[in-house]
Design a protein. Structure first.
Length: 159
């Protein structure tokens, strides 16, 4: 039933997006808060020194900016994890899953909806090639380690 609730929330979001900007902003406000908080928390964890946090929508040349977080200390080490921080909302939404719970279904919808990095997030990540190389290397080495140490467990899924 939770999946049906989530599909209904997607339909409501699309209707509001096309009909009424104010109610659409209110409807997706929890997701915007989750998205911007993920940047803020990762900024704190990676020593980027957040200096501004806003949840006030602003019109720009490409549409709307629903929220933003500014940092004083973005560098090769922290640019990628901070800019891609909203992706953490995907496993969070999975961990929240409960059947037949309307409120949890709405939170899952908001987490999934807001987990997509914005074009600005992607531009920040792309602007730091050294950071991209560093985190790709970490993913390859870490992934190899996980596969090697859990080989029997992983193999059981394919046999």
């Amino acid at each position: 039933m939770t999946i049906i609730y989530i599909l209904v929330f997607i339909i409501i979001g699309e209707i509001l997006r096309n009909k009424n900007t104010f109610f659409h902003f209110l409807y997706i406000l929890p997701g915007t808060i989750f998205h911007e908080l993920s940047h803020f928390i990762f900024g704190m964890l990676f020593f980027a020194s957040p200096v501004n946090f806003s949840l006030i929508p602003k019109k720009n040349e490409n549409g709307w900016t629903l929220g933003s977080v500014s940092f004083k200390n973005i560098n090769f080490f922290n640019a990628v994890p901070i800019s891609m921080a909203p992706l953490i909302l995907v496993p969070l939404s999975y961990s929240l899953y409960q059947d037949n719970n309307l409120l949890i279904a709405f939170i899952i919808y908001e987490c999934l909806f807001s987990s997509i990095p914005s074009s600005q997030d992607i531009n920040v990540a792309k602007s730091n090639i050294a950071g991209i190389i560093l985190y790709i290397a970490i993913l390859i080495i870490g992934g190899s380690y996980v596969i090697q140490t859990n080989h029997d467990y992983i193999s059981s899924f394919f046999s």
